[in-house]
Design a binder for this molecule. Structure first.
Ligand code: FAD
Ligand code: FES
Ligand code: FES
Length: 1262
């Protein structure tokens, strides 16, 4: 039997007919090779968690190359002759760590660590493939496909840029400083491997390999004639090149025959006759190399520089490394709506495409004709790009919702061919993508431009009108609105003209409108004091787990090695309008699939069908599996059990749900919908605060409405639970922030005692609140399967399921009215605040929002009504800084609006309303103004705006006072080993990246007076830390640090008599003696709210400078200075990381992260990486400076520290003010009145652009 032969970390594997085409390299690495370091999340090339390095001989030269790939997109049968290296393969505890691993750890580039292996392997591939010669810009540009939700990217970027040939001196100094602290031994693995370790043949015998696997036959072919041999007689086949297309259009099932053409040599390489002929099998990375080479060498192809820059925005490096030209164009062929950038570029210059239907029979057609062909039995062989004379100008654009790795909102290509020396056009080509599936050329406009001077104002005017008339975008949610796409397309034409127009014909203020925002390589600065007298407390140390996270040795719930007999569960979801009523299920089709074992519904639950047992925090029951009335579109109603994860996921889609009735009622998806409906019972008044004072000097009344939308937590580790039957019940490995809830919910669901459920959490791959209560639903489902099957069960939510069933940040609707005096001092303020709770009241925080609303201001005159509203969406959940984000943002908008209405400076208005007593904000504002050079930069911004019509900058400042409150209990159990005096801690909080273990270890070492290296922290379990509260609200670290401190003090008390007896004895000697004397060397303490640590305020101020491209709506955060009061930080580097990560998550919330539901059905439309866009590495502030308040202490908190996990997120709302100010400047230039501007939240590219209210007559040259 034929096999596919490859190596993983130098061990040879063979894949034969046991593996179908749907078994990915990722699945093989994790489940067959049992290498759990490589992670997986989106399974569609959008997150980077799964990246590995590949060394393989590639045609046409068969030179051996090293490149990164997304292992989730590669079929294992594609891996013939590959040598794959995973994160464990480059360094580990046994062989020593690789310098890339140690350096990322040293720079604190890991938090939860789930994304880390992907980053490491992408960097490793880049570094090795470039023979270690790589500069900072290239490094920063190469991680578009790696998402990190925790760190805010800055420390990762710093760590990697320290390898650059042009590494900034400050980074090298920082590296030296960290190394001087001596936390890590120097690395044992050479940075560059010798090339001769590749033992695979450069190319094997190149004979067709055919692998039969049950329903499929896989052909690996090396020549065009073999492609046709394989196609011959097949009706049912699919060609596969890089197979990355499945990241865009998911493959629900492979046909009978799959033909892997990735190594077909005739499709590779390029030649130039007159044209440039690119083999269709050429990868996008190789194509870009050719573009840059030819652009520099050959004037006729100088336009390829523009193409290269455009391609840099297409997908990301690992996709481009194997994704091919042919694959991309064929995707456009099948799915005309696909905004293919290749199609756009090629069509702009009139490229031709060669299609073969036999080895020696081919036709060359235009790309437009290609779209109309019957491609059955045919293959794309090459694309021919023409040379262009010096009379031609090419300009292309791709406008995206974030800086990189997103498909185009609109992409555009313009070619202007001028008549020789005449200044008028011979022809113009105007091509757009993502207008509508049939739209390619703006033909009428192209026609109208013939023999015209495009740089004449009158021609421009008519052209824009013609263009506006003929661009006809469809409405295709969640794509941005048709109005935006239409005007954007026109604006891009104007942009092209601005960029190409001769100097003499253009007002120089307009010129910068022709460019897209060019971002400089980012940099950061962190400023804090550290008090060496209390070290290891307050010492900047890397995370305890940083190295094992960087090597993939740190484990998550789903990293438990494969278990004998294990099964997988997947939710069946009710994808119907809320209000539909379930009658039963038809499982015939699902159960027919080989590997499917069972189906369970609500009736199979032996105990309570509820994953939110009522307690101090939760007040509503929520069903694990919906038994009858569907509450939201996508609610789980059943579970399919199978012997493979993918089989379970696919089979779950085949279960037919029978309904007693299917609702056709339009769901109520927002607070506004509810307020407009007759269903007022959905609204409840949760809290009212009456004013205790009122002013009588009302000069102006200001009112408005504020709407904030939702945010997906975007933890990189999906909701996961692995349950194993044990001798006394079940072992539960859950990705939960709340073990106690998980414990109780499972016990009640299975109807077993709580003490038979052992919940174990080593670490969680990001939670941000989304794994506090929701994780228990997945845990109950996994436990149910495990109990009913008597087998271990893994339950991992696929991204789409995760996004649709898990509630997100609670949206906000708020109305306010303020009466102010002439200086802006509030005389009265009425706030009616509504929180969108989704379908249950659980996790309602409207009452807490009330406490955050005053921010740093005097609120005696404020009347606040806080309501909760039930909508037909999943129950809203806490999402990092819940309630505070919303409360503070509302108040800050009020301050900004008062300032605007009175024509005053917003900082003055803030000062006028500032709380007088015990408020350090004014002092902090002054400090930050000085540190950030605020006044000078304000003037620079003004000057810039005067000289630029289409680029606008703004600099805004915003204060925050975040009231931190405690809840408990949380325990800590500290044990000392008598043999060597080493100490072990286990505590009741969940380590999810916030560094709780490191802080706790520092506190322990400090109190006991021992070196930090003596302390280790074990997983959290429900049997050593029962009855603890969820880790969240920034306080988990504080509370367990406190509990640890108290437990250590108990131990010290017990040791004191021994110590006093022994003169100058060492710690080890004291412990040994204590053991002999029968001293109990283990102590536990349970923190409760009765303990004397008290609520306190966390103050902060931020100044943010942004630049907006007014012609597209794109923006760049140029600089952020953020000052926060951290008290005497327990661990400064960890707190810096918390602040940066929170702030960047906030930037995402206010800008690119838009949740869209289908209005008629309530279906979530933004449920993928393709449609939902958290910030990437090039979306962070280009200059990011963090300052801790100097000489700060805190008598109320733990060991004088303050919490840092959430507050900085609240400060990110400053970006909305900065964007508004930039738009305001553009509107004033356009002649609009100086009205208050409401940019809808989130301030996406669309909303920014639309707020400008462009008119065609604004687009002129003089
Ligand atoms: C995360 C992500 C982001 C992306 N962003 C963008 C983007 O912004 N812009 C953009 O344009 N693209 C984007 N893409 C698409 C990417 O460019 C394509 O996935 C890639 O080019 C497809 O190449 P492939 O070789 O992997 O195709 P495959 O997945 O192997 O094949 C795709 C289709 O093409 C067919 N096919 C392949 N080769 C041939 C051939 N020679 N002749 C005939 N049929 C063939 C296959 O049968 C299949 O139907 C993105 C993809 C991902 C995963
Ligand atoms: S899991 Fe492969 S890119 Fe997300
Ligand atoms: S550390 Fe990157 S996602 Fe958590």
């Amino acid at each position: 039997m034929s096999t596919i032969v490859f190596k993983i970390n130098d061990i040879q594997y063979e894949a034969d007919g046991r593996y179908g085409p749907d078994v990915s390299l990722n699945e093989f690495i994790r489940n067959v090779a049992d290498l759990r370091g490589t992670k997986v999340m989106c399974q569609e090339g959008g997150c980077g968690a799964c990246i590995v390095a590949v060394r393989a001989p590639l045609p046409p030269t068969n030179e051996i190359k090293l490149f990164s790939v997304n292992s989730c997109l590669v079929s294992i049968l594609s891996c013939q002759n590959w040598e794959i290296t995973t994160v464990e393969g480059i360094g580990n505890r046994t062989i020593g760590y690789h310098e890339i691993q140690t350096r990322l750890a040293k720079f604190n580039g890991t938090q939860c660590g789930y994304c880390t292996p992907g980053w490491i392997m992408n960097m490793y591939s880049l570094y090795e493939s470039k023979n270690t010669k790589v500069n900072s810009k290239e490094i920063e540009n190469s991680f578009a496909g790696n998402i990190c939700r925790c760190t805010g990217y800055r420390p990762i970027a710093d760590a990697f840029k320290s390898f650059a040939t042009d590494a900034d001196k400050s980074l090298l100094n920082k590296l030296q400083d960290i190394e001087d602290l001596g936390f890590f031994k120097s690395c044992a693995v050479k940075c560059t491997q010798d090339n001769d370790w590749c033992i695979l043949d450069k190319a094997s015998n190149n004979e067709i390999i055919a692998i039969e696997s049950g329903n499929h036959k896989w052909f690996k072919v090396y020549s065009l004639s073999d492609v046709f041999k394989a196609i011959e007689g097949c009706h049912d086949y699919k060609l596969i090149a890089g197979n990355t297309g499945q990241g865009v259009y998911h493959i629900s099932g492979y046909p009978k025959n799959v033909i892997d053409i990735f190594n077909v040599s005739e499709l590779k390489g390029y030649t130039i006759d007159v044209n440039l002929i690119l083999g269709a099998g050429m990868t996008l990375s190789d194509m870009m190399d050719v573009f840059i080479k030819l652009a520099n060498e050959n004037d006729d192809f100088s336009y390829l520089k523009e193409f290269h820059n455009h391609m840099d925005l297409v997908a990301h490096v690992p996709v481009r490394n194997i994704g091919t030209i042919g694959g991309n164009l064929y995707m456009k062929f099948v799915n005309n709506e696909f905004p293919s950038d290749l199609f756009l570029l090629f069509e702009t210059v009139g490229a031709m495409i060669t299609i073969a239907d036999a080895p020696n029979k081919s036709d060359t057609v235009t790309l437009i004709d290609f779209l109309k062909l019957d491609m059955k039995g045919k293959i794309i062989v090459n694309v021919m790009l023409p040379p262009l004379s010096q009379c031609c100008f090419v300009k292309t654009f791709k406008i995206m919702p974030r800086s990189q790795n997103a498909h185009a909102i609109i992409n555009a290509g313009f070619l202007f061919k001028f008549k020789h020396d005449q200044g008028i056009l011979e022809k113009a080509k105007i091509v757009y993508g993502n207008v509508n599936p049939k739209f390619v050329h703006a033909t009428k406009t192209e026609e109208s431009l013939k023999d015209k001077d495009p740089f004449a104002d009158d021609v421009l005017k008519i052209t824009l009108e013609t263009l506006y008339g003929e661009i006809d975008p469809d409405t295709a949610p969640p794509e941005p609105s048709s109005e935006y796409r239409k005007l954007l397309a026109v604006s891009l034409y104007y942009k092209a003209i601005l960029s190409l127009c001769p100097e003499t014909k253009i007002d120089k203020r307009y010129r910068s409108g022709g460019d897209v925002i060019k971002r400089h390589t980012s940099k950061g600065m962190q400023s804090y004091d550290t008090d060496e007298s209390v070290w290891p407390l307050n010492k900047p140390v890397p995370k305890l787990e940083a190295l094992v996270q960087c090597s993939g040795e740190g484990t998550f719930a789903n990293d438990l090695p494969s278990q004998t007999n294990e099964v997988f569960g997947a939710f069946v979801t009710a994808d119907v309008n809320p209000g539909s009523v379930i009658a039963g299920f038809d499982t015939t089709d699902a159960l027919k699939i080989p590997g499917v074992i069972a189906f369970y519904a609500a009736k199979d639950i032996p105990g309570k069908n509820n994953f939110t047992p009522i307690n101090a925090i939760l007040n509503s029951e929520e069903e694990i599996l919906c038994s009858k009335d569907v509450k939201f579109n996508g609610q789980p109603v059943g579970i399919i059990v199978a012997n493979r994860e993918k089989i379970a996921t696919n089979a779950a889609k085949l279960v037919k749900i029978k309904y007693e009735s299917i609702s056709t009622k339009k769901p109520l998806l927002t607070v506004h919908d509810v307020l407009m409906s007759t269903e007022k019972e959905r609204i409840s008044l949760d809290k009212m605060v009456e004013p205790t004072d009122i002013g009588n000097d009302v000069k102006k009344v200001i009112s408005d409405k504020v709407i904030f939308e939702s945010q997906y937590h975007y933890y990189m580790e999906p909701q996961t639970c692995v349950v194993k039957p044990s001798e006394d019940g079940f072992e539960v490995y859950s990705s939960t922030q709340w073990l106690d809830l998980t414990n109780i919910a499972i016990a009640e669901c299975l109807n077993v005692p709580v003490n038979s459920i052992n919940v174990i959490v080593r670490r969680v791959g990001g939670g941000y609140g989304g794994k506090i209560t929701r994780s228990s639903q997945i845990a109950c489902a996994a436990a149910l399967v495990s109990q009913l099957q008597g087998k271990p069960c893994r339950f991992i939510l696929p991204l789409q399921t995760n996004m649709k069933i898990i509630g997100k940040r609670a949206p906000t609707y708020c109305k306010f009215e303020a009466g102010v005096n002439g200086t802006g001092e509030i005389q009265y303020l009425k706030i009616n605040y509504y929180q969108d709770n989704g379908c249950s009241k659980n996790e309602n925080t409207s009452v807490i929002t009330v406490t955050h609303l005053p921010n740093c201001y005097e609120s005696k005159r404020w009347h606040i009504e806080a309501y909760g509203a039930l909508t037909d969406t999943p129950s809203s959940t806490w999402c990092r800084a819940p309630a505070s984000t919303e409360g503070i943002a509302i108040t800050e908008i009020i301050m900004e609006k008062i300032a605007h209405e009175l024509g005053k400076d917003a900082i003055q208005i803030r000062q006028a309303n500032m709380k007088k007593e015990d408020n350090p904000i004014s002092e902090l504002i002054e400090q930050l103004k000085r540190d950030s050079d605020y006044e000078t930069r304000l003037r620079e911004v003004e000057d810039f705006n005067k000289s630029n019509r289409w680029r606008k900058r703004s600099l805004k400042l915003m204060p925050m006072s975040y009231e931190l409150f405690y809840f408990g209990p949380f325990n800590s159990l500290v044990s000392i080993y008598h043999a060597d005096g080493s100490v072990v801690i286990t505590h009741g909080a969940t380590e999810m990246g916030q560094g709780v273990n490191t802080k706790v270890a520092q506190v322990c070492a400090y109190i006991l007076g021992i070196p930090l290296e003596k302390v280790s922290v074990k997983p959290t379990t429900s049997f050593t830390s029962p009855n603890c509260m969820p880790t969240g609200g920034s306080i988990g670290s504080e509370c367990v640090a406190y509990a640890t401190m108290k437990a250590c003090e108990i131990l010290l008390d017990r040791l004191k008599p021994i110590k006093d007896k022994m003169n100058n004895a060492t710690w080890k000697e004291i412990v040994a003696e204590a053991f002999i004397s029968g001293v109990n060397l283990q102590a536990t303490y349970m923190y409760s709210t009765k303990d004397p640590i008290k609520s306190y305020d966390i103050s902060g101020v931020v100044a943010l400078e942004v630049e907006v491209d007014i012609l597209t709506g794109n923006h760049d955060v140029r600089r952020v200075d953020l000052l926060e009061d951290t008290g005497r930080s327990l661990s400064p580097e960890i707190d810096v990381a918390q602040i940066e990560g929170a702030f960047v998550m906030g930037l995402g919330y206010w800008t690119s992260e838009k949740i869209v539901y289908d209005e008629k059905t309530g279906k979530l439309l933004t449920d993928r990486t393709w449609t939902y866009k958290p910030p990437g590495i090039k979306d962070i502030p280009a200059d990011f400076r963090i300052y801790f308040r100097r000489n700060s202490t805190n008598t109320l908190g733990v060991l004088q520290s303050k919490a840092t996990g959430e507050p900085a997120l609240c400060l990110a709302a400053v970006i909305t003010h900065a964007l508004r100010e930039a738009v305001r400047s553009a509107r004033l230039d356009a002649g609009y009145e100086d009205n208050w501007i409401n940019i809808e939240n989130p301030c996406t590219t669309e909303k920014i652009f639309m707020a400008v209210e462009h008119k065609l007559e604004h687009f002129k040259l003089k």
